[in-house]
Design a protein around this ligand. Sequence first.
Ligand code: SF4
Length: 324
Amino acid sequence: MSGMTLSAASLYDRVQRVIPAIEWPVFSDDIDAILKLKRERNAVILAHNYQTPEIFHCVADIVGDSLALARKAMEVEADVIVLAGVHFMAETAKLLNPSKTVLIPDMRAGCSLADSITPQDIRLLRQRYPGVPVVTYVNTSAAVKAESDICCTSGNAKAVVESLGVPRVLMLPDEYLAQNIAKQTDVEIIAWKGHCEVHERFTPEDIREMRAAHPGVTVLAHPECPPEVVAEADFAGSTAAMSDYVGREKPASVVLVTECSMSDNVAVEHPDVEFIRPCNLCPHMKRITLGNIRSALERNEHAVTIDPTVAARARLAVERMLAV
Ligand code: SF4
């Protein structure tokens, strides 16, 4: 979305299925201000699939899962990147665009996976498993990426693990993603005990109850869910893969077993599909609002910085992933 000729009034049609008309005036003033600020500051907004629809559909220039955001961040020609997502995503954008200003509207937008592991943990693991490559999920700090051989996302984890041509890898920090990938490959995977606080809460009983309440519903689950949950689903994949699945297969009714805003954002594009919406909120993603995106652009806050030595090593791990 260019934002050049758009205004909040012209954008409402896009989100009317998911934002009631009575709520719209709360958003429209901030949307107009953000569209103007983006032009003035030559800024772009990158928004993750878990951002709310008024951000995702009305002010974002680039949307996607963390892999798509990482890739597209490299093609950005703006002076300023605002990352509507969590802190590790803003760090990844900064890694790939060191000369640009990268802003995150709320520094506290963290991630339970990123918080589950430290650089010191990885150094200890390397002592314990000498010579075993370390594959690190992008949901980690730059300092953790710097200790890794290569990064992966939920969309490319299997390809990354198999690209290394070794019998055994350490895959960190998401235990469930590691277990789900282990089922798809002959490479032995050693996992860490990190979990996504949103996806770990889904249970196999949740899925069975959804199927009983909505006969015929198609169930799509994120691979950060426990393997027993993934086993109950019709399909498991990254947020991008789920979105593609809905577009391709056009199920009559579907449930996306992931963060709440994902269904709202995908529903906007597929009016013929019924979305069943039991979901869990990510409190970190929800720290980003139109109000703090606006003040980020007004005040140039909060700029993401990374120690240059850490950045150089972390960038290598991300670039190796992008090359797979
Ligand atoms: S949804 Fe899970 S993995 Fe994503 S930011 Fe929130 S806690 Fe982290």
